[in-house]
Design a protein around this ligand. Structure first.
Ligand SMILES: C[S@@+](CC[C@H](N)C(=O)[O-])C[C@H]1O[C@@H](n2cnc3c(N)ncnc32)[C@H](O)[C@@H]1O
Length: 308
């Protein structure tokens, strides 16, 4: 689990304990969240890993299976959690999340209101950004989703920073107790324009709202409502291009013309002829990820007008 203060970065001093959540990392596209339980095993294509062997090791450790295969045990940071959490809904990914945290000007101590909670992907990053003294109050009208999100926040160690409420935010708006107190509001709802008037009431003067919508028609309708009480309205579509980096070994003389990008420059590793081995060149290759995500949605930001 993350330490009580999630801003306290997990370092090599921090050792894995029983009950901790770890990310079992095989490759960047092959990771799994696991609760460390004495007597339990992880079995995968590399063999059998015994959880008991993990206890006491620092996060980041390379651990070995009975067949000498290995994985890394990584700390469950919000970045990794977003990649391994169970998708109960569509979720926000790192490119949108990082942009949201910056443009909503979220810093330690902020009060952030969010709806819907969904799978809690964004919420986990919001929690780290407002820690140790801020608060995220997130609402979803789906009771089971709210309950699962609470369990996840407990597991990832952010539950002391987050409250999850069950409420129809489009129908009822945010609770009056937050009126004029929120630094930022985030909406990921099918009809955000219905919740925008309430969000405006919740924000402090100069507070910022963000609404995520997959369709431009939703954005247009939200902007019409935003114009009444907000200024500096801007919409962004965040497209991320990820590169896959691989090291390749080829016989000297063989050239793969498909390689378009190399770093560092190709180096030749000449094996001694005495050993009878062929010359081998190692190449580091980077190419755009084939399964890169395209459009996820539009992020619309606006700042509450101060009427004084
Ligand atoms: C796409 S998900 C949010 C995903 C979330 N941003 C994440 O990163 O995991 C949208 C959520 O809004 C909730 N929702 C839809 N209408 C709602 C309403 N009127 N009030 C509250 N929540 C609502 C749904 O139950 C769903 O869980």
């Amino acid at each position: 689990m993350l330490p009580a203060d999630p801003t306290q970065r997990l370092t090599l001093q921090r050792r894995i304990q029983e009950g901790d959540l770890v990310i079992a990392y095989e490759r960047h596209d092959h990771m799994k969240a696991i609760k460390v339980t004495k007597g339990s095993i992880l079995q995968n294509r590399f063999g059998v890993f015994n959880h008991s062997h993990w206890v006491g090791k620092p996060f980041g450790s390379k651990v070995f299976s009975n067949k000498n295969g290995f994985i890394y045990l990584l700390a469950p940071t919000p970045e990794l959690w977003t990649l391994v959490l169970s998708h109960r809904t569509q979720i926000l990914y790192i490119a949108d999340i990082s942009f949201v945290v910056m443009y909503l000007e979220i810093v330690p101590g902020c009060l952030v209101l969010e709806s819907g909670t969904g799978s809690g992907s964004l919420t986990t990053s919001l929690a780290r950004a407002i820690a140790p003294s801020g608060r995220v109050c997130t609402f979803d009208f789906h009771e089971q989703r709210a309950a699962s999100a609470r369990e996840d926040f407990e597991m990832t160690g952010v539950s002391s920073l987050v409250t999850v409420g069950v409420r129809d935010i489009q129908g009822e708006g945010f609770p009056d107790e937050f009126s004029g107190k929120a630094d930022a509001v985030f909406l990921d709802l099918p009809q955000p324009w219905l919740a925008i008037p309430s969000a405006g009431k919740m924000l402090k003067p100069d507070g910022v709202i963000c609404s995520f919508s997959p369709c431009i028609e939703q954005v247009q309708r939200s902007c019409e409502t935003l114009k009444l009480k907000f200024t500096d309205i801007r919409t962004f579509e965040i497209l991320l291009r990820t590169y896959e980096v691989k090291e390749l070994s080829t016989e000297v003389g063989e050239v793969d013309e498909g390689i378009s990008f190399r770093s560092p420059p190709r180096k030749k590793r000449q094996h001694s002829t005495a050993t009878g081995k062929d010359s081998v060149a190692t190449t580091v290759m980077a190419k755009p990820c084939s399964e890169a995500r395209g459009h996820t949605g539009y992020l619309t930001f606006a700042r509450l007008k101060c009427l004084a």
